[in-house]
Design a protein around this ligand. Structure first.
Ligand code: 13P
Ligand code: ZN
Length: 270
């Protein structure tokens, strides 16, 4: 078997978690990532018969039967992922309708996957319905998006339109917009189900007064999605208290739709 720490998916996961920490999105143990792996990704690195231990998930997700995920550990600090990947990350394969997770690698100190595993797995199920290429779910606590949920309306159309107006490329990067959940208790199946429901119609879901979820086909795309929304929120927080003299109009956004061949979410532009 080859050394799994040299696998490209592992290198990318470590690089992404480190970058997220460096962006200030993941203080302490804040944030979590799950990346769905193919059998062909892991074949050279893992013996699929070797189960280290089995961890109950506390929910059902029959759609994910047999699926394998590289996932961050609960209570683990993103800043430490690069120093000790085998302690801070794990690879699990779901079985028993998603109710059990067989640990194939990692969580070497006896740890387990993130407390937000329900939100991650349920979001994977939801996104795969809309986009069979989806492989990543990412959660973090970027300061400006979080700040915005204290001072801006949580209406999804209003929230999305404000972000689109903050940078020209926002509507191009997330034409499906941003869905918003009110404050809910984190780490529960309930917030998992609510997040997954919101993931059916958008790849970004804001958790008010907590953070954001993003989903995408790879780590780069998902990181870029959150990065773009957070940049827009940063601009909003810089200008929200000032008189707005100029903006990006709906007419201009329609021009962007034509130029980039995208379609803004129905009903979100006048
Ligand atoms: P975990 O340490 O369990 O991943 O939780 C971090 C977090 O961001 C909770 O929402
Ligand atoms: Zn969180």
């Amino acid at each position: 078997m080859k050394n799994i720490l040299e696998a490209s998916f592992m290198a990318e996961m470590i690089r992404t978690a480190t970058l997220m920490y460096n962006h200030g999105w993941d203080e302490r143990n804040g944030g979590n990532i799950s990346l769905m792996l193919d059998e062909k990704d892991t074949a050279e690195y893992l013996d699929p018969e070797k189960v280290i231990r089995t961890i109950p998930t506390g929910f059902k997700a029959p759609e994910l039967e047999g699926k394998v995920f590289l996932v961050t550990g609960t209570g683990k600090y993103f800043k430490n992922v690069q120093i000790a990947p085998e302690v801070n990350l794990g690879i699990v394969r779901l079985r028993d309708q998603g109710q059990q997770a067989d640990l194939l690698w990692g969580f070497a100190d006896g740890g387990k996957f993130t407390s937000e595993f329900p939100a991650h797995m349920m979001s994977h199920v939801a996104r795969l319905k809309t986009d069979p290429e989806n492989r990543v779910v990412m959660h973090c606590h970027p300061a400006n998006l979080l700040a915005m949920t204290y001072v801006h309306s949580l209406d999804e159309r209003e929230f999305t339109r404000t972000l689109w107006q903050m940078c020209t490329e926002c509507v191009v990067v997330f034409p499906d917009g941003v869905n918003v959940l009110p404050w809910m208790l984190c780490g529960t199946n309930e917030i998992g189900e609510a997040t997954a429901e919101k993931m059916l119609t958008a790849r970004l879901v804001v958790w008010s007064q907590h953070g954001i979820y993003g989903a995408g086909k790879d780590l780069d795309e998902t990181f870029g999605l959150i990065e773009t929304a957070e940049k827009a929120a940063e601009i909003y927080m810089k200008i929200a208290h000032l008189p707005r003299l100029n903006t990006i109009t709906d007419e201009q956004m329609h021009l962007l739709e034509k130029r980039f061949g995208i379609q803004a979410r129905e009903g979100y532009l006048d």
